[in-house]
Design a protein around this ligand. Structure first.
Ligand SMILES: [Fe+2]
Ligand SMILES: [Fe+2]
Length: 162
């Protein structure tokens, strides 16, 4: 089974939810949206988990997918209520847990840990699980990739590479 099929299967409830659909319309990192970013983070996280699994490190890949797909959904619903970047940084993981609990009544502790601590080390409290640490890496990797694409696109438009 491909990683995309695995995400589609495990994440069906999330991908078809109203919250995820509205996340498609919510711009994120200037050239993406919250839904596409979350999907990229799920893909990257799962790839990292597969490598860890080959190294005999056990991971809850179902929780990894569900947590990754939900980690920023609070941004889509509550972004207009944040007063500052700092408040957004600390509050959106909390709001994302609330949204995830609505979509996933059977949400587990690993999934809550993944969503709650994905902003570490920008926020103080570190994750408690391997999956929580995987998302802190995958989220930063995908965010940096988005910004590199923006900068590369702008440089190309200015013909810096010409
Ligand atoms: Fe986030
Ligand atoms: Fe994110």
């Amino acid at each position: 089974m491909s990683i995309r099929d695995e995400i589609r299967g495990v994440g069906r409830e999330i991908l078809t939810s109203e919250a995820y659909q509205s996340a498609m319309a919510r711009e994120h990192h200037y050239n993406s949206n919250v839904a596409d970013h979350s999907y990229s983070v799920a893909m990257t996280s799962l790839k990292v988990c597969k490598v860890l699994n080959k190294l005999h490190v056990r991971t809850d890949n179902r929780a990894m997918i569900r947590g990754a797909l939900c980690h920023d959904l609070g941004l889509a619903r509550f972004r207009h209520t944040y007063q500052s970047g700092k408040q957004c940084c600390f509050q959106h993981p909390v709001d994302s847990v609330d949204v995830a609990k609505e979509i996933l009544p059977d949400i587990n502790e690993v999934e809550v840990d993944i969503i709650s601590h994905h902003m570490f080390p920008l926020t103080i409290h570190p994750p408690k699980t391997v999956e929580g640490y995987v998302i802190t890496y995958a989220d930063k990797y995908c965010s940096i990739k988005d910004f590199v694409c923006i900068v590369a696109g702008k440089l190309r438009r200015k013909k810096v590479y010409a």
